[in-house]
Design a protein around this ligand. Structure first.
Ligand SMILES: Nc1ncnc2c1ncn2[C@@H]1O[C@H](COP(=O)(O)OP(=O)(O)O)[C@@H](O)[C@H]1O
Ligand SMILES: [Mg+2]
Length: 379
């Protein structure tokens, strides 16, 4: 299911890149009327909702942390408690308990918020007649006897734990083995998507964390999430903040993308920003175009997965032509080992779809402003 989900999510991302790209572009046009602008806002917000659903699926199947930062989990959990105190029904009492000590993690703050949100919403749904919902943050020294319900692995070591506990209906032994499956839900159509816990599972997995559950019918359920302490995640690269749109000065960019809607969107945006573009849907053709016009081409932006010659093969072939060539890779997948190797070899950036055009403008403009070679961490 994970594989299938990732495949569908990948196609959806291409479509969403095109929808939001053209909408952003239309919004930049001068003299659009307030009515049109309001409609465009609606398109953007609808495509953001769609992107959120896709994110839930991709979070389930991806292997790496999306946007790691160092932050204080205690602050996150306090904010969450504050927010949910207002957002959930009044007959549910929220109790917050933060143990003393250090709670710094290196994690994706948005993803961790998502984990807490999904668990809290499930707890709320389990208490239709009200009850108590406690959020706890603590440290825990686990021995080998403790195993993760999601991945089945033993989890000896030191952990930071987030506990979400409800006094609701509980989970039956028949239901329990299925709750992390994508699309598994016991809720009526329209109320449950069955994606909440699969997203939790994926996110926790990427953070090298674990989950345990204790549940008793009629009494309630306790979900405990285990995250590594920050020292254990020191290898993780933090992502820089993104500044505003940057414009070009007529430099020529070769865009290679087999998905024509994405190709169109990238071309339109880059031309809008003041670049000249050459486009092709084939890696082999891209190489031929480069060989014929290499003195005019300032950089190459290419998709990773293409039928005839993929992004990494194209990069190697281009590098053989011009050792310091600037190549940006676009992919439906997050940075993997292969991607890291390509960055080591001089690829200037790895862009994950759906691509924000702010990112694209920054990556292109930064890459062009540097004389040669490697300048960037993955975006
Ligand atoms: N706190 C809880 N108490 C009781 N059942 C739960 C709880 N959390 C999750 N579940 C069960 O796990 C199922 C899957 O949860 P989830 O993946 O979040 O999807 P959804 O909430 O859309 O149904 C739920 O439909 C429910 O049966
Ligand atoms: Mg849910």
């Amino acid at each position: 299911v994970g594989q299938l989900a990732a495949g569908i999510a990948h196609d959806f991302n291409n479509i969403l890149t095109s929808i939001s790209g053209f909408t952003e572009l239309t919004q930049m046009a001068p003299d659009i009327s307030p009515a049109v602008s309001a409609n465009l806002e609606k398109i953007i917000s609808a495509s953001q909702r769609a992107a959120n659903l896709v994110r839930q699926l991709l979070d389930f199947s991806r292997k790496t942390i999306r946007n790691p930062k160092r932050f204080d989990l205690a602050e996150t959990i306090r904010e969450a408690a504050n927010f949910f105190d207002r957002a959930i029904p009044e007959n549910i009492k929220i109790v917050l308990a933060v143990a003393p000590g250090e709670f710094t993690v290196k994690a994706d703050p948005t993803q961790i918020q998502q984990v807490i949100t999904n668990l809290v919403i499930n707890a709320r749904d389990a208490m239709p007649n009200g009850g108590e919902l406690s959020l706890e943050l603590d440290h825990l020294e686990a021995d080998e006897t403790l195993t993760c319900v999601a991945c089945g692995l033993p989890m000896a070591g030191t952990w930071l734990t987030i506990t979400v506990k409800d006094s609701g209906e509980g989970i039956s032994p028949e239901v329990l083995p299925h709750i992390f499956e994508p699309f598994f839900t016991t809720k009526p159509v329209g109320e449950g998507t069955g994606l909440g816990l699969s997203q939790v599972f994926g996110i926790i997995n990427q953070h090298d964390g674990h989950i345990t559950i204790a549940s008793e019918i009629g009494k309630g359920t306790t979900f405990k999430v285990y995250l590594p302490t920050s020292e254990r995640l020191d290898g993780v690269i933090e992502t820089p903040p993104q500044p505003d749109l940057k414009h070009g000065h007529g430099e020529t960019i070769l865009i290679v993308e087999d998905e024509s809607i994405v190709l169109d969107a990238c071309r339109s945006v880059l031309e809008h920003l003041g670049y000249r573009t050459l486009t092709t849907e084939s890696g082999r053709e891209a190489l031929a175009i480069y060989q014929a016009q290499k003195n005019d081409i300032a950089m190459v932006i290419t998709d990773m997965v293409m039928p005839d010659m993929d992004g990494s093969a194209l990069f190697m072939a281009l590098k053989a032509e011009t050792p310091g060539i600037k190549v940006v890779l676009m992919s439906g997948y997050p940075l993997n080992e292969n991607g890291k190797e390509l960055l080591e070899m001089g690829v200037v950036a790895w862009l994950e779809k759906p691509i924000s055009f702010k990112q694209l403008s920054n990556v292109v403009s930064n890459a062009l402003s540097v004389k040669q070679g490697r300048w960037s961490k993955p975006y």
